[in-house]
Design a protein around this ligand. Structure first.
Ligand code: NAD
Length: 484
């Protein structure tokens, strides 16, 4: 089945930080893929804006290199690359100075969507927002896209929101959380709200617990100094994992409309209880597998920053009271795997007296690798010899089920940038959501800082610290195996 591609309106997209790592790895290759798919129309343009003193040709060469490096070889087509490069422009701009803005203004066209991607450090958001207005480059219809991290606590997130709100309305601001652009994450909403099967069971009465895992094999490597100011809680839980939790726990919105969806997510964040210290496990990876330990990378031998965190979270509302949500994320773990697993309760009564091996139904939503869903169900083991039960997966690997090549499923960034051009904010975080998430996060971090808690060491290539296993064992439950 070939998916339908609906072209978006013509646009001028300015990428501040167009020479940076994110632009090269994700934004520019993603735009090329959308151009190749026919979604970005002929009349659209992309303008790189960064400090580097490049001209149009040298920036185009940089874009060509990024495509060569980050687009799969069999999806590179020199003719299409050449056509794509014709759409690329460049302006050298220092966000904190006045040079270059006049040239940018001259490049912008009327009658097309104007979007500005702030792929720069958040400390520059204010400078850019202000100058876009001062030089009359942005208008009331323009859209801005901002990257994570959106603050490092509630106060800084509020300050960032205020800086942006001074020049743009909330309807113009697209806060990216690329997890929301993943195919499976959106499918989670389709599965919940387009089927009758799951929603009646989607509550504490029938759901024993939920596990959300984001496991990475990489360490902090060259990013030690940055990561040391962040840690797994700020880097992963406050944003990505919180968004996943919201999509599982939220009530059905009255309509698939940006504010209706975001209102429901906000209610979930507000319903989160503070997490007790005994329900938080923080870890730091040790040396192993030929790589140094976390502290060796962090430049601070006494660093207490967590490269792993596990939490038991309670959503305090009618639907979820009594169903814990277990979250864990970490670096240098045994496999790169992200998934959500919804474990249902056992049936209230067994009619099979000698049924052996009875397990719960589990709905597993895999984010990576192999995006897809798996529903674990019990069946009878084939053959004679009594009623023996076994668990089998009803596997829905999307690429297989839909007959598409996994390479052709748009990457999260591709989808989200197209949503910006379409003016659809459903998959972007609203300012109040981000603030509510920090309001829940801050006291947890302040708590372990005040207690002087040290993260527990864990072996590189393991499933995380021992205490994280205990967090589940104490409740008579087990983490699912981390499998790539
Ligand atoms: P980077 O350091 O590789 O690139 C920064 C870019 O900003 C460069 O193009 C540079 O020229 C430009 N820049 C710096 N100072 C400037 C100034 N004064 N005026 C104009 N341009 C200036 O950074 P990056 O990794 O591309 O990250 C960009 C943003 O995206 C950051 O906020 C980062 O946190 C966020 N982000 C990055 C990634 C990633 O994978 N790289 C992932 C998620 C979020």
């Amino acid at each position: 089945m070939v998916s339908r591609v609906i072209p978006v309106d013509a646009f001028d997209l300015v990428i501040f930080g167009g020479t940076g790592d994110l632009a090269k790895r994700k934004i520019l290759p993603g735009l090329y893929r959308r151009f190749q798919a026919g979604q970005m129309t002929e009349n659209s343009r992309i303008i790189g804006a960064a400090r580097a003193d490049l001209n149009e040709d040298s920036f185009r060469a940089l874009v060509a290199e990024a495509i060569e490096e980050f687009v799969p070889k069999d999806r590179q087509d020199s003719k299409i690359v050449a056509q794509f490069l014709e759409k690329i422009g460049y302006v050298s701009i220092d966000a904190t100075g006045e040079g270059g803005w006049g040239k940018l203004k001259d490049l912008m066209r009327d009658g097309v969507v104007r979007a500005f991607y702030f792929s720069v450090a958040p400390s520059l958001f204010g400078d850019i927002a202000e100058r876009l207005h001062l030089h009359e480059i942005a208008d009331a219809q323009s859209r801005i896209v901002v990257e994570k991290p959106f603050g490092r606590d509630l106060a800084s997130a509020k300050a960032l929101n205020a800086v942006l709100a001074a020049h743009f309305t909330e309807a113009q601001i697209y806060r990216i959380d690329h997890y929301l652009g993943k195919e499976t994450v959106q499918n989670l909403m389709a599965v919940r709200f387009a089927n009758i099967l799951f929603e009646p069971l989607w509550k504490a009465e029938y759901v024993d617990h939920v596990q959300i895992t984001v496991a990475e094999t990489v360490g902090v490597d060259g990013r030690g100094a940055y990561y040391d100011k962040s840690g797994a809680m700020r880097d992963m839980v406050q944003n990505h994992m919180m968004q996943l939790l919201c999509l599982i726990a939220m009530e059905p919105p009255y309509h698939f409309d940006p504010d209706a969806v975001r209102d429901e997510k906000l209610k979930v964040i507000r319903a989160l209880d503070p997490v007790k210290p005994e329900h938080i496990v923080r870890g730091q990876y040790l040396a192993g597998g030929g790589e140094g330990s976390y502290v060796e990378h962090s430049e601070d031998p006494s660093s207490k920053t967590e490269s792993y965190i596990a939490l038991k979270v309670n959503v305090s509302n009618w639907r979820w009271q009594g169903t814990p949500f277990y979250l864990r994320t970490g670096k240098r773990l045994r496999a790169r795997a992200s998934e959500i697993a919804i474990t249902f309760k056992q049936p209230p009564h067994s009619i099979f007296d000698d049924a052996k091996g009875w397990l719960e139904n589990v709905l597993v939503i895999r984010l990576q690798p192999n995006e897809g869903m798996n529903l674990m169900v019990m069946i009878k083991e084939p053959g004679p010899g009594g009623m023996r039960l076994m668990q089998v997966p009803l596997d829905m690997a999307f690429a297989d089920a839909l007959g598409v090549d996994a390479e052709d499923v748009p990457d999260a960034y591709e989808r989200l940038i197209m949503d910006v051009i379409r003016g659809n904010q459903t998959l972007f975080m609203r300012g109040d959501e981000v603030e509510a998430a920090w309001a829940w996060t801050d006291p947890l971090i302040e708590g372990w800082e005040a207690r002087g808690d040290k993260p527990q060491g864990y072996d590189a290539g393991s499933s995380g610290p021992e205490d994280a296993l205990m967090l589940m064992h104490r409740d008579g439950r087990r983490w699912r195996e981390i499998k790539g």
